[in-house]
Design a protein around this ligand. Structure first.
Ligand SMILES: Cc1ncc(COP(=O)(O)O)c(C=O)c1O
Length: 375
C-alpha cells in the first residue's frame, strides 16, 4: 500500500526556489555570504552570541567535543534515548560514551542517573532535547557545575523550543541543531552550533574549515594573505545553496511551531480518549516544538505490529528513536532500563505543518481499532 499520510512533509514554497536561484545566479554556491546571513539571522532569533553553520548536527557535536578538549579515554555522559549520532560523535574523539537513563514521562535525561554515573574520567555531558521537548536543564547544569563538567546540548530536534525563558541550545557551553529533512527547520541536511564563548566559537569555526587560519577574513578581505594550516580540521561547511533555504525557513519558524503545537493538542485530545496509549507528556517548564509526535503504548501491546498495520493502511508510523546503549557498536553495559522500555513502546505518528485535523481524526480512529485488534 502506498503512503497516504507521511510521517512528515517539510513545508517549502516558491520563496525557497527564488532564494536558491539567486544563489545559483550569483555564482557563489559553497560557503559564503548566504551562510553568513543565515548565521546572523539565527543569532538574532535565538539571542545567541556566536553561531557557526555546519554540514549537519553530528559534525556540530563533534566540533563541540573537540573544542572542549575531549580526547582519548575521556568519558562523556550521553542521554541514552537518542539517534546514535550523539554517541557516535563521542567515538569520533576516541572518547567513551557513558549512557545515562531517561525519565519515563518526558523521555529526557534523568538527572539522578546522571549523578550516579559520574567518575573522575567524566568531562562533558550531552543532554538531548528529545523530539523537541527541552531536558531538565536547571538540574543538569547544577550537576555539571558541581562536578566540573562541560555541557553540550544536543538540540538536533528542538530548534525554537524553550526551557523557561531561554531557547534550548543556548544554555550549555555549546548547543547543536540539526536541519535534516525530519526537523522543524530544514535545509535537507545541515546544522548549526551556538555558543556564548568567543574562544570556543573561533576554534569550532577553524576546525570546520580544515583547520585553516582566518576563515571568514579570507572571504571578505580585500588584502591578500596566504593562510596556514596549524592543525588537522574537517570539511564541515554548509553551502550557500542550503543556507538560502535556511534563511527562508527561519522566517517561518514561529508559524510552523504554532501550527504543530495546535496539531499536537488535537492528537492529545483524541489519544486521551483511548485505552492503552498515552500522549507524550509535557513538562511545565518548557515549550515543546514537536519535531516528532511520539505517544507511548501500554506494556503488553506489540508496538511493531501496530506500526505494520498503520503502514499497511498508508499511514507512515515509525519507532520513536533508539536506546543507544544496546546498539552493538557501543558494547556498553546494559544499564538504562527505562530507555529500553520507552524504545520498545513508543511510536512516532505523522506530524507536520501541512497535516489537517481531519487526517488526525481518521488516523486516530484507525489507531483505536488497530490497538483493539493487537491487544
Ligand atoms: C537527537 C539527535 N542528535 C543528532 C542527530 C544528528 O543530526 P544530523 O542528521 O543533522 O547529523 C539527530 C538526527 O536525527 C538526532 O535526532
Amino acid at each position: 500500500m502506498s503512503i497516504k499520510i507521511p510521517l512528515l512533509r517539510p513545508y517549502f514554497d516558491s520563496e525557497e526556489m527564488e532564494e536558491i536561484k539567486k544563489v545559483l545566479d550569483s555564482g557563489w554556491v559553497s560557503q559564503g555570504p548566504e551562510v553568513k546571513k543565515f548565521e546572523r539571522m539565527t543569532s538574532e532569533y535565538l539571542n545567541a552570541k556566536n553561531t557557526i553553520a555546519v554540514s549537519n548536527c553530528t559534525s556540530a557535536l563533534h566540533l563541540s567535543l573537540l573544542a572542549l578538549g575531549i580526547e582519548k579515554g575521556d568519558e562523556v555522559l550521553v542521554a541514552d534515548f537518542t539517534y546514535p549520532a550523539t554517541g557516535h560523535s563521542v567515538l569520533y574523539c576516541q572518547a567513551n560514551p557513558v549512557f545515562v537513563d531517561i525519565k519515563p514521562d518526558t523521555y529526557n535525561m534523568d538527572p539522578e542517573d546522571l549523578n550516579s554515573k559520574i567518575t573522575d574520567k567524566s568531562k562533558t555531558v550531552i543532554p538531548v532535547h528529545t523530539f523537541g521537548q527541552p531536558a531538565d536543564m536547571d538540574e543538569i547544569m547544577k550537576i555539571a557545575s558541581e562536578n566540573n563538567l562541560k555541557v553540550i546540548e544536543d538540540a538536533a530536534c528542538s530548534f525554537g523550543a524553550k526551557y523557561k525563558d531561554k531557547f534550548s541550545g543556548t544554555i550549555g557551553d555549546t548547543g547543536c541543531y540539526s536541519f535534516h529533512a525530519r526537523k522543524g527547520l530544514t535545509t535537507g541536511e545541515g546544522g548549526m552550533i551556538v555558543t556564548e564563548d568567543d574562544r570556543l566559537a573561533a576554534r569550532m569555526r577553524k576546525l570546520s574549515v580544515f583547520g585553516i587560519s582566518g576563515t571568514w577574513d579570507r572571504e571578505s578581505s580585500d588584502s591578500f594573505h596566504v593562510p596556514e594550516f596549524t592543525e588537522v580540521g574537517y570539511n564541515y561547511k554548509m553551502s550557500d545553496i542550503l543556507a538560502a533555504v535556511g534563511v527562508v525557513q527561519l522566517k517561518r519558524q514561529d508559524l510552523i511551531i504554532k501550527r504543530k503545537r495546535e496539531l499536537a493538542k488535537h492528537w492529545d485530545d483524541l489519544l486521551n480518549e483511548m485505552d492503552d496509549i498515552q500522549p507524550p507528556a509535557i513538562s511545565k517548564y518548557s515549550i515543546h516544538v514537536y519535531q516528532s509526535y511520539v505517544p507511548i503504548l501500554d506494556r503488553g501491546l506489540n508496538r511493531n505490529r501496530v506500526i505494520q498495520k498503520l503502514r499497511k493502511k498508508g499511514i507512515q508510523a515509525n519507532i520513536g528513536t533508539y536506546a543507544s546503549h544496546v546498539q552493538p557498536v557501543y558494547a556498553s553495559p546494559k544499564n538504562c532500563p527505562t530507555s529500553v522500555d520507552i524504545f520498545e513502546r513508543t511510536i512516532a505518528l505523522p506530524m507536520y505543518y501541512g497535516l489537517e485535523e481531519e487526517e488526525i481524526n481518521e488516523m486516530s480512529a484507525f489507531l483505536r481499532s488497530t490497538i483493539a485488534e493487537v491487544r
